[in-house]
Write a protein that binds this ligand. Structure first.
Ligand code: ZN
Length: 322
């Protein structure tokens, strides 16, 4: 850049030459600018995550040092998802896989890891204590029940209690996941240790602010209930003192008797909103909302803009909880 620019300003060169030099020096500047980006700088770390909110977490900590791909598309149900052959090929270019403990991983993660022995697999849910998946309503105590299909498929039996995988919907649990992400990126790319460290610190501040905001929003509303088709919001409810009343029972539409019970419950409690998510059919939720003269409202647990989405969903829950 220096050479080109000096010559460009040279007085002895005639006009035509100057123009030629201008072109050349422009090119030289471009090449010199491009050079450090290409071979000198360490390659960007290619990472895979299971679901979109995790992309948000990895980008917060990795910034432009990571290139994140999401395995489960936004519209797909992460409980029953199966990767496409094209995605399996993409995975082979990835340095790291951040799992979150969602159902499909139980079967596919082993295959994914076996096909990519050099890829690091990081369980970001390590150290998180799972709560039982809500499968009851009316404030009944959880009772031992038949194994659900999902549990049977996953060979997962906790005395009839299916443990809730939706750990990314509680700010305090995301802090744990973010710690695993920071550690893994630092191990893969130790040169940028301090950047991962400071990005992590600012992400923690962002989470603290969000958490304080949501705590303020739900202050004094302990025990209020919101009704949701698929019970994705157990950790969220627990964090803010709310009660999630699921329509779906053990991953299935409610039977007529169960539906009647839900209708009674909603009427008694004056619940007017049934929350649904884009990845599930809203059929039985619509039926229920029709019966109670209520409405269907979307609350997406898988939105990529994690913080913005939690704020928005919290506002909707806040308006609907009774
Ligand atoms: Zn779910």
């Amino acid at each position: 850049m220096k050479i080109g620019c000096m010559i460009r300003h040279g007085k002895r060169i005639d006009k035509k030459m100057r123009q030629t030099w201008k072109l050349l020096s422009g090119t030289a500047c471009l090449v010199l600018l491009a050079l450090p980006v290409l071979p000198v700088e360490a390659a960007v770390t290619k990472a895979f995550v299971s679901i979109s909110p995790q992309k948000y977490f990895v980008q917060k900590i990795g910034g432009d040092l990571v290139d994140v791909s999401v395995l489960v598309p936004a519209h797909a149900n992460p409980h029953s998802f199966e990767p496409k052959p094209r995605q399996m090929a993409e995975l082979s270019k990835s340095a790291v896989y951040f799992s979150v403990g969602i159902d499909f991983e139980k079967f596919w993660l082993k295959k994914i890891a076996a096909a990519n022995p050099k890829m690091r697999v990081v369980h970001t849910d390590d150290g998180i204590t799972r709560i039982p998946m809500a499968d009851h309503h009316d404030g009944e105590k959880s009772r031992p029940s038949q194994k659900s299909n999902v549990e049977a498929r996953a060979g997962h039996d906790h005395g009839g209690l299916f443990l809730d995988p939706h750990v990314w919907l509680s700010p305090s649990l995301v802090k744990i996941q973010a710690g695993h992400i920071r550690d893994a990126l630092t191990a893969i790319d130790p040169v940028h240790r301090s950047r991962y460290k400071s990005n992590f610190a600012s992400f923690m501040r962002e989470i603290d602010e969000l958490d304080a905001e949501l705590k303020a929003l739900f202050a004094g509303r302990k025990g209020e209930q919101f009704m949701v088709f698929h019970p994705s919001w157990g950790y969220f409810a627990e964090a803010y003192g709310l009660v999630q009343v699921p329509v779906e029972i053990e991953g299935k539409d409610p039977k007529p008797a169960q539906l009647q019970k839900l209708i009674r419950h909603a009427r008694e409690r004056r619940i007017k909103v049934i929350f649904v998510q884009p990845q599930f059919s809203a059929k039985s939720a619509e039926l229920l909302s029709g019966e109670i003269g209520g409405q269907i409202v979307y609350a997406d647990p898988l939105a990529e803009n994690w913080a913005g989405n939690l704020r928005e969903v919290a506002r909707k829950f806040g308006a609907a909880a009774r």
